[in-house]
Design a protein around this ligand. Structure first.
Ligand code: MLT
Length: 323
C-alpha cells in the first residue's frame, strides 16, 4: 500500500504544473458520507452542481453511508490524490469522529487535505406532530415523563444529529433511545410517520417539512434566531441555554493532492458560494455561508484544528467512544 501510494504521489507530483493545467480533464467523484436526501447530500448536490459548471466538468455524487461517515472518510483517504476524488464532510465526520472512533484506519488530521470550508447548519429541535407539547419546556417535561416510549433519530454515533443530541441531553437532563440511520434524510421520513418521535436535526433537513406542517419545531440551537425561521425561538429563549451547536461542512481531498488542484477546487467552491441563486437556496434552508477568506485551504485547516481542540475534551467528558 505504502509503495503504491508513493509511486502515485511521485507520478502525480512529476506531472506537476502540466497535470494541474489540464485539470479537470474527466469527471470528478464527490464522496458523500450519508444517504441521499439528507443535509450533507443536499449541500453536496447544490454546491457540486455549481462547481461543475465552473470547472466545466461533471461532479458525480457517490453516497458512501455507514458508521457516521467513517467508512466514507476512509475511502477518501485511500483514494488516488489526483483531484478526481474529493469528499464532503462536517464537524462530525472530520472532527468529532476522531475522538469517538478509537480504531479508525486513517488519520483525520493528516490523511486528508482541506479544500474549502462550506456552509453550516444550525440544529432544530423537532418532533412528530403527535407529540403533545406546545413549547420546549413542555417537550422536556414530556420527554422525562415518557422516556421509555420515546425514540430519537440520528445518523449514527458522531454524526451532526448525534452531536446535537449530546448537547440537548446535557442541557435538559433528558434521555431517550437513539435510532441510528444511514442519514437524516431517511430518519426524518420516520419522524414524520411517528416511527421515531424526536430529532435534533440540521435546519436544511427539517425546514421544508416544518413549512409543510409535517413536523413540530421548538427551538434552534443558536445564539440568534435564524432568518429562515424567524418565529422559532433559540434554545436559550425557550428556557435552555447552552445548546448552541452548528454543523459546519467542508470539502477535503486525499493527502498528497497537488496544491494547484486544491486551489482550482477552492476557487470553484468560492464561485459557487458567491452565486446569488446558490446563496438564496442555502440561506432559505437556514444555512450560514462562510466568506471566501474563511473558505481558503489554510484558513480552513486552522479552523478544523481549532475545532479538534475544542471538541476533543467535550466528547471525552461525554464519555462517548467506540473501540
Ligand atoms: C448528520 O450528521 O446527522 C448527517 O449530516 C445527516 C445527513 O447528512 O444525512
Amino acid at each position: 500500500m505504502l509503495r503504491r501510494t508513493a509511486l502515485i504521489l511521485l507520478g502525480v507530483a512529476a506531472a506537476g504544473p502540466a497535470f494541474a493545467q489540464a485539470y479537470p480533464s474527466k469527471p470528478i467523484t464527490m464522496i458523500v458520507p450519508f444517504a441521499a436526501g439528507g443535509p450533507t447530500d443536499v449541500m453536496a448536490r447544490i454546491v457540486g452542481e455549481r462547481m461543475s459548471k465552473e470547472l466545466s466538468q461533471q461532479i458525480i455524487i457517490d453516497n458512501v453511508a455507514g458508521a457516521a461517515g467513517t467508512i466514507a472518510m476512509g475511502k477518501l483517504a485511500r483514494s488516488t490524490p489526483d483531484g478526481y476524488t474529493i469528499g464532503i464532510g462536517h464537524l462530525g465526520t472530520n472532527v468529532v469522529n476522531g475522538s469517538i472512533y478509537k480504531n479508525l484506519n486513517y488519520d483525520l488530521q493528516n490523511d486528508l487535505a482541506p479544500i474549502a470550508r462550506l456552509p453550516s447548519n444550525p440544529l432544530l429541535v423537532v418532533t412528530s406532530n403527535q407529540i403533545p407539547a406546545k413549547d420546549l419546556k413542555e417537550l422536556v417535561a414530556y420527554l422525562k415523563a415518557n422516556a421509555d416510549k420515546i425514540s430519537g433519530g440520528t445518523a449514527g454515533m458522531g454524526s451532526g444529529s448525534h452531536i446535537g443530541v449530546l448537547a440537548f441531553f446535557a442541557a435538559t437532563g433528558t434521555n431517550y433511545q437513539l435510532v441510528p440511520y444511514r442519514g437524516t434524510g431517511p430518519a426524518v421520513q420516520d419522524l414524520i410517520a411517528n416511527q421515531i418521535q424526536i430529532m435534533i436535526d440540521q435546519s436544511s433537513n427539517s425546514l421544508p417539512h416544518i413549512r409543510a406542517g409535517k413536523l413540530k419545531v421548538y427551538a434552534v440551537t443558536a445564539k440568534e434566531r435564524n432568518a429562515a425561521a424567524p418565529d422559532v425561538p433559540t434554545t436559550a429563549e425557550a428556557g435552555f441555554p447552552g445548546i448552541e451547536v452548528a454543523i459546519w461542512h467542508g470539502l477535503w481531498a486525499p493527502k498528497g493532492t497537488p496544491p494547484e488542484i486544491i486551489a482550482k477546487l477552492n476557487a470553484a467552491a468560492i464561485v459557487a458560494l458567491r452565486d446569488p441563486e446558490i446563496r438564496r437556496k442555502l440561506e432559505d434552508l437556514g444555512q450560514d455561508i462562510p466568506t471566501p477568506e474563511q473558505m481558503a485551504p489554510a484558513a480552513f485547516t486552522a479552523y478544523q484544528k481549532a475545532e479538534v481542540a475544542k471538541w476533543t475534551p467535550i466528547i471525552e467528558k461525554a464519555g462517548v467512544k467506540i473501540e
